[in-house]
Design a protein around this ligand. Sequence first.
Ligand SMILES: [Zn+2]
Length: 674
Amino acid sequence: MKRNNTLWINLALAIATATTLVGQNEDGVDRSIKPGDDFYRYANGDWLKKTQIPARQQSYDTRAEITAKTSPRVRELIQEASASHSFKGSVSQKVGDYYAGFMDTERIEEKKFAPLADELARISVIADKASLSAYLGSTLNGEIDGLVANADHIFGLWINQGFEDADHNVVHFWQGGLGMPERDNYLDTSPKMAERSAQYEKHITAILGLAGISNSEIKAARILGLEIHIAQAFAPDADAADVHKQNNPWRRSEFAVKAPGVIWDQYFQAAGVAEQPDFVVWQPTAVTGISALVASESLEVWKDYLTFHLIEHYAQVLPRAVADEDFAFYGAALSGAQKQAERERLAITATNCALGQAIGRLYSQRYFPPEAKAKAQAMVANLITAYRSRIANLTWMAEATKKKAVAKLAALEVIVGYPDAWIDYSTLEVVRDDAFGNMRRAEAFVRARNLVKLKEPVDPIEWPINPQAPGAVIMFSPNAEFFSAAILQPPFFDVAGDSASDYGSAGAGMAHEISHSFDELGNIYDDRGRLRDWWTTEDRNQYRAIGEKLAAQFDGYCPLTDGCVKGRQVLNESIADLAGLLVAHDAYVLSLKGKPGAVIDGHTGEQRFFLAFAQRWRKLQSEAALRQQIANDTHAPGEFRSDIVRNVDDWYKAFGVASGEKLYLKPQDRVRIW
Ligand SMILES: [Zn+2]
């Protein structure tokens, strides 16, 4: 998925099943099938037969396998920290006490709503639009990245380099303040949305009632009314996500003129950004519209709105009845969940959220040793070398464009495992019996870090993902990609395992992601992540003409009697799969330094490389899930992602695939785009 200038692909890595040196590629292979007839079932037939989708799930794949293995490890690390009662101020104490505090529901229950008292008092003394503006400013908090289309409070901020200025961090500023996730939840007049709206109003009433606030029904109706006005000011979703429409530099002094309503001096003072001259306003009409509501709506309505959102924000660390009501709306009504997650799971999520890198450090120490990092880094170096040659040989890119591509490749930071410099949590105080205070202090800690960043140079290698979260992140701006320690583990990547499999799986996955920096997603960002289209029209036309051939190939895949893959919909990701496979193969060959690959379990290195690629895509899913994927997903079903091998000459050589076999394509029909 692509939104804005960051590409999150949590868990979506095109990574294949790796192996330990003693032939795990053999696991799941069905030798009764000819590789050239059905490579996916040759590589996975036995696995597909003997594996079942776990109860209550719609699918099962290698990604689910990784998650199933990682979650208990993270739980164990946190619970060990909690049991160890480490010395005050240590990373282990903070992790352990954050978790313990969250788990101590008795203590939370005892405190009732007392922890909210000071904040509620701050709201109740709001007496005019200036003090309202100041309070609103104090809620301007750091969002984790630039993907949030609806910030937690009326406006959200993200500190990152400018769209056209890679030297300075600026405040990216955007719309927010809706309690339901999307604008359409308020504006769509269908019966379904009307019902949802009614449920939300009931939820607001219930939350206010639980906190002992009088006239909760009347207040809930007025709060919903205010949110409808906020939603009316929101930018349409397509505009909100269009990076070119987000790039609106505003000077601080311009806010009062362009968006009257909020008393901006008060707002920015309270937000801690009063000294900041430059802002990038992502949805200017929304900022103008929402600001106008500060003038037009009554103080009382605003105070009720702020009170409700304050309670809602802390729902999980307030008495049980609040958390239950929170689940009844957000979990059950909105998301269709049957049952609230266990407290333990919520506590783990909350601790990860507050102290992500502290846990990441513990995780890396135990599960991703420096040797693993070194092995992954060596693979990255070979991938980059392979990309350099591939770019030089591209047929559809003009020579001048290739120079820009090579410069972008040289500047690209690909970082694996964990950060070299960890976040210093020493100023974050964590107290064992104070879940509420811990959450509030953790948020203040993030806010303070953000404000410091405004005074510092851009750090392109600041980690946007936790090492213990299986996933990867592409930051087009800055020009950097991150692969977490948790995604770099078996069956994807094995520090002690066979490198042919590492390259066919993790390597192809990384190379897939790197290719996005050079395709139609990344071609609008230059070597330093500045917004700049570096392709020519001719490059684009030629690229698209070759792409048509691949789209047609995918149009021919029909996994249901009445359903085929939509080639155009999956084209961009399929091109990335092809690029990833080709580049990873080149890199594997480079890694051999001219020596032949070992034969393991009767498979040559070349064979294990391609087998690992196909094995990454093994997946069981219900027919409903498959239909859903074909209808909406920009990635083809795994079986057809695996079939991309048909376009790779070395695959034919590795398995002796010949004319007449079902996957065989004549050399001139193989798509050559990378
Ligand atoms: Zn992709």
